[in-house]
Design a protein around this ligand. Structure first.
Ligand code: TUI
Length: 317
């Protein structure tokens, strides 16, 4: 079964399914597994120094000949060096997050790298299309990690209406129902992060996977609303402490100190009580650990089942 859109041709992939480039979670192994399964795997650069990222790119190259991407996290202290590394390494696709990538786009384009920023507003999407991005990822506030304000349901159709380039929907998608909904909104692709945390090939700590598997509908909270960098994480001791400190008027420095290193503590050491367990609201829909190939195959199969079911509504007319 195939689900072919402009995005498949743009990126040279079989299915228009991207795996979110999650910092400390989306390593070379996961990205390669997703690309091998016909989607686009994406390594999360996060705050990693260039030598660490280079090793992940090397791992992915050893595991697949198919295209994969890297997510450039624009708040990284190493952003300049990472841009240079991505240009030198022959990475084929760069997604960006947590800011405006405008000033780096010419350098990527000069190397033939496809650039796909995550956007959470129509204004930024239009500005970036004008300076030559190849597609955009419209990410709703349901997503995990650093988030914008608008929901996927409201953001995606507005960006579809405003742009010519393909739009990829993200935030709140974990199964075929979500993919069918995204297509209905006009998206030509989807990006899933939280679902791929529970891919078998994802090397994140087992405790992190279990935290996602055990999450219920209201188990995520947004921290950092007072810092200008809202971040959705699973409820735990850290989340409670962060919210408490924000309520009692803690300074930006105090909050930054509380957050420092906490994603790595959860993702790599498995401290899911005192660490930052970033995940989207859709964690409640993630119930199994499966190979990336099974996740993608079921996603596509279930998308078509949903579309078939929907057709029946029209048949009685
Ligand atoms: O980037 C993400 N999600 C992330 S990055 C991350 S690492 C981090 N850790 C702690 C604090 C902050 C970051 C964890 N999760 N998603 C993509 C995304 N980008 N969501 C929203 C945005 C975004 C926000 C503002 C994109 C552009 C933007 O533009 C602001 C401007 O300058 O116009």
């Amino acid at each position: 079964m195939s689900l072919h859109t402009r995005l498949c041709d743009l990126l040279g992939i079989e299915y228009p399914v991207l795996q979110g480039g999650m910092a400390w979670v989306a390593t070379g192994e996961l990205a390669a597994a997703v690309s091998e399964a016909g989607g686009l795997g994406i390594i999360g650069a996060g705050n990693a120094p260039p030598d660490v990222l280079k090793a992940e790119i090397k791992k992915a190259k050893a595991l697949t000949n198919k295209p994969f991407g890297v997510n450039l996290m624009l708040l990284s202290p190493f952003v300049e060096e990472v841009v240079k590394l991505l240009c030198d390494e022959g990475v084929r696709v760069v997604t960006t997050g947590a800011g405006n990538p405008g000033k780096y786009i010419d350098r990527f384009k000069a190397k033939g790298i496809k650039v796909i920023p995550v956007v959470s507003s129509v204004a930024l999407a239009k500005r970036l299309e004008r300076i030559g991005v190849d597609a955009v990822i419209a990410e709703g506030t349901e997503a995990g990690g650093h988030i914008g304000e608008l929901t996927t349901m409201v953001l995606v159709p507005q960006i579809v209406d405003a742009l010519e380039v393909p739009v990829i929907a993200a935030g709140g998608i974990a199964d075929g129902r979500g993919v069918a909904a995204a297509l209905a909104l006009g998206a030509e692709g989807v990006q899933l992060g939280t679902r791929f945390i529970c891919a078998r090939e994802c090397t994140v700590h087992q405790n992190y996977k279990e935290a996602v598997l055990n999450a219920k509908d209201r188990d995520t909270v947004v921290t950092g609303e007072t810092t200008g960098h809202p971040v959705r994480i699973l409820r735990n001791r850290l989340a409670r402490e962060f919210k408490q400190k924000e309520k009692s008027g803690a300074t930006q420095e105090e909050l930054a100190a509380l957050g420092a290193g906490k994603l790595a503590a959860a993702a790599r050491e498995g401290d899911v009580q005192n660490g930052s367990v970033m995940a989207g609201q859709v964690a409640a829909l993630v119930k199994t650990v499966e190979p990336a190939k099974a996740i993608i195959n079921n996603l596509i199969k279930n998308t078509f089942s949903v579309i078939e079911e929907l057709k029946e509504y029209g048949e009685s007319l």
